[in-house]
Design a protein around this ligand. Structure first.
Ligand code: SAM
Length: 283
């Protein structure tokens, strides 16, 4: 079985062995936990959604603020133990489930109430972020522990080596800030990668908007599928050359040299011309 040898204690006193398949690296360093909780700076009246509370290292501290916290935990044993641990708290709700399938509108209906937090399972951190971004209008901010390398890709700017689909889509929806790095010794078991905390704040409505965000995703994905080709060649399957030529962009550049605004322009040109990029895909 894929388990770490060191047992950790559950609320009911039973031992728990970190499960690799769930990306379990539990925080145990109290100074680091305090620093993360300070960075979140929750207050009474806030509505938090914690992804993967695990053994409750962050939840315990955040509970003291009086904020309402919905916790989504995939591991049934951990969810059960957390329910026992927080049974006295009306403000804390433990949901056993998959964050990748979790419907944010089931806990929030007005605009921008949710503050999403978590020391995310690194194996699925990017899909979780993409899933949350589908409901970005319900989110005030997100504070996540991630692999440093993922944060570096999220904040990367046009022309840089690690600029790509993640940088563009995250920056399309959010302002991203790398807060601080966290040593592997703060976790049990220790992850093999460097970790860091990041804050993502969804833009307000005045920011640049694509007519169709699915179309924008398709354009960006298609361009970066063939990173070394020029834009003219990489987008050939989704936009006719004549249409691309009408846009004031140098088509001989490679995908990593095109700004977000330019990708939005290409996507909008496709939208204005047809129902979507799939109309061109087989031509
Ligand atoms: N928050 C705890 C901490 O900081 O010590 C645990 C963090 S651990 C890196 C990731 C947590 O996410 C684990 O508790 C794991 O079981 C949970 N998890 C993994 N996949 C998940 C999913 N798809 N949905 C919800 N929780 C998940």
């Amino acid at each position: 079985m894929n388990i770490d040898k060191k047992a950790l204690a559950l609320a009911n006193g039973r031992p728990h062995y970190a499960r690799k398949r769930f990306g379990q690296n539990f925080l145990h360093d109290e100074n680091v936990i305090r620093k993360i909780v300070d960075a979140i700076s929750a207050v009474e009246g806030d509505h938090l959604l914690e992804i993967g509370p695990g053994l409750g290292a962050l939840t315990k501290e955040l509970a003291k603020t009086g904020a309402t916290i919905h916790c989504v935990e995939l591991d049934a044993d951990l969810a059960k133990s957390l329910r026992t641990e927080f049974q006295e708290y009306d403000s804390i709700k433990i949901i056993e489930g998959d964050a990748l399938k979790f419907d944010l509108s089931s806990i929030a209906t007005e605009k921008r109430p949710l503050r999403v937090i978590g020391n995310l399972p690194y194996n699925i951190s990017t899909p979780i972020i993409f899933h949350l971004l589908k409901n970005s209008e319900l989110i005030r901010d997100m504070t996540f522990m991630l692999q440093l390398e993922v944060i570096q890709r999220m904040v990367s700017k046009v022309g840089k080596r690690n600029y790509g689909r993640l940088s563009l889509m995250v920056q399309y929806y959010c302002e991203v800030e790398h807060l601080f790095n966290v040593a592997s010794s703060a976790f049990s078991p220790k992850p093999k990668v460097v970790s860091a905390l990041a804050r993502l704040k969804p833009h307000n409505s005045t920011s640049i908007r694509a007519k169709d965000s699915d179309c924008l995703q398709t354009v960006i994905r298609t361009a970066f599928n063939q990173r070394r080709k020029t834009l003219r060649n990489s987008l050939r399957t989704i936009i006719p050359e004549a249409l691309l030529d009408r846009i004031a962009i140098n088509k001989n550049l490679r995908p990593q040299d095109i700004t977000l605004n330019e990708y939005v322009e290409i996507s909008n040109a496709i939208c204005n011309h047809t129902a979507g990029p799939e109309d061109y895909e087989t031509k």
